[in-house]
Ligand binder design. Structure first.
Ligand code: AMP
Ligand code: GLY
Length: 429
């Protein structure tokens, strides 16, 4: 069987690793991929957003299944296009992916179907948005409507910060089209949990929970990033809370999708906040989280390919997901300056001999040939490497990762030192 994975980050590396581990015989391709995947997959130099190029490649190479890891092609409609071309693909259609592609749409969907979320207002112009923020009062969260790689959300403690965020989005067009519309919503308080699920349009199969460390710096300080680390399971996500989420969020979302005539096939990601008045949805995503996938997939015992094929065939009810009882922790090694600007092309050392229990997923790396003709791995992104270990609990899993970190280095390497801290203290399920 030939499988093409679309994307180039640590999440896609984790997908490839899991597929290969479960099915050593399959032939894997990744477009555009990164240098860490070379041992397991053929790297195909086609952009993730070039759906015509990808479909032509899939036809030419007789690819049996395409798995879309990243959101932008999904939001642009790669699934509709592949299906029109009679190519088998895993992921939600363009209409279904709007749950991630437009925050205004997702908020309207939740409001209409009474799914708990922060109350909000949507604006196209600065004057009205700013007046609303002044009247409503801080704290507020200002969000670009469209895709912004995890950087389009600004948590504002004061009116001045909110006004500044609105200026950046609506007047300075910092996020271009993605910020032409903004959502201004109430700031919620509480621990965050990411719950990912497979969905075939009729059945939801929930994955083990995860906690994403979104802020750039220790102690949840600094700017929001795509994610600086993750642990699974998520601290504080008890069986009672899971039950409440099932009743108030997960099943109502599935029913609402059905009610809207959307057959949602793929991954649905529930970004939740556990507030004092119950769990609320912060966001939906239409694919695996990054770095949540790197923490969750190593715990999945079930063959990932079987689950994906069951989704595509509408037979998810026949699958039961099995999980490794151990916890996992993922620490992201990033380039100094991320999520702002950073320098690429710095050579990475220490990747040849890493401890056996350490999983190394490449996120932003490339292969370069030096003056001596030898090739070396260099940094090629803000998030560079994802290091993952399993352990008795999240804290000991993280400790094992941190023990391995000093052997790996590149100029300007930065990472959070508090992944997994205090995880068991909060109780987990
Ligand atoms: P989003 O892309 O919508 O998930 O937002 C990114 C991050 O911003 C979330 O993971 C939260 O940490 C924070 N955030 C978003 N919306 C809210 C909110 N209403 N209240 C508090 N924090 C939020
Ligand atoms: N880690 C957050 C996301 O994947 O959206």
């Amino acid at each position: 069987m030939k499988v093409l994975v679309v994307g180039s980050g640590g999440r896609e590396h984790a997908i490839i690793w899991k597929l290969k581990r479960d099915n050593p015989e399959i032939l894997l391709y990744c477009a555009p991929g990164n240098s860490g995947m070379r041992e397991m997959a053929v790297i195909v130099p086609i952009s993730a957003n070039d759906m015509h190029g990808l479909a032509a490649f899939a036809k030419r190479e007789h690819i049996d299944l395409t798995i879309v890891g990243t959101e932008e092609p999904l939001v642009r409609g790669i699934v509709n296009y592949f299906e029109k071309e009679n190519l088998r693909i895993f992921g939600p259609t363009k209409k279904a992916a709007l749950l991630e592609g437009s925050k205004a749409y997702a908020k309207g969907f939740m409001e209409k179907h009474h799914i708990p979320t922060a109350s909000c207002a949507v604006f196209h112009d600065y004057e009205n948005a700013s007046a609303y923020a002044r009247d409503h009062g801080a704290p507020l969260v200002v969000k670009a409507d469209g895709l912004a790689a995890g950087k389009g959300v600004l948590v504002c403690e004061t009116f001045e910060q909110a006004d500044n965020a609105l200026r950046r989005l609506l007047l300075d067009q910092q996020f271009a089209e993605a910020g032409e519309k903004v959502v201004v919503e109430d700031k919620l308080e509480g621990p965050e949990v990411s719950v990912l699920a497979f969905c075939d349009g009729k059945t939801l199969a929930l994955m083990a929970s995860a906690k994403d460390y979104k802020r750039a710096l220790d102690g949840d300080k600094g700017a929001n990033t795509g994610g600086m680390g993750a642990v699974s399971p998520a601290p504080g996500y008890t069986p009672e809370i899971e039950k409440a989420c099932m009743r108030e969020i997960f099943m109502p979302t599935l029913e609402a999708l059905k009610g809207e005539g959307i057959v949602y096939k793929g991954i649905i990601y529930f970004g939740l906040m556990l507030t004092s008045s119950g769990p609320k949805v912060i966001e939906y995503n239409c694919r695996l989280g990054d770095p949540e996938a790197q923490a969750v997939l190593p715990r999945l015992r079930t063959n990932l390919l079987d689950v994906i094929l069951a989704v595509v065939n509408g037979e998810l009810d026949k699958i039961s997901l099995e999980w490794d009882g151990r916890a996992s922790a993922c620490v992201v090694l990033a380039s100094d300056g991320y999520p702002g600007s950073y320098i690429k092309g710095r050579s990475i050392s220490g990747l040849q001999q890493t401890p056996e229990r350490l999983l190394v997923f490449h996120a932003g790396t490339a292969e370069e040939t030096g003056a001596d003709g030898a090739s070396c791995t260099v940094t090629n992104g803000g998030r560079v490497l994802d290091l993952v270990c399993l352990g008795e609990d999240a804290e000991s899993a993280a400790r094992a990762v941190y023990e391995a970190v000093p052997a790996i280095s590149f100029q300007g390497m930065m990472y959070r030192k508090d992944i997994g801290n205090g995880a068991e203290a909060l109780g987990e399920c």
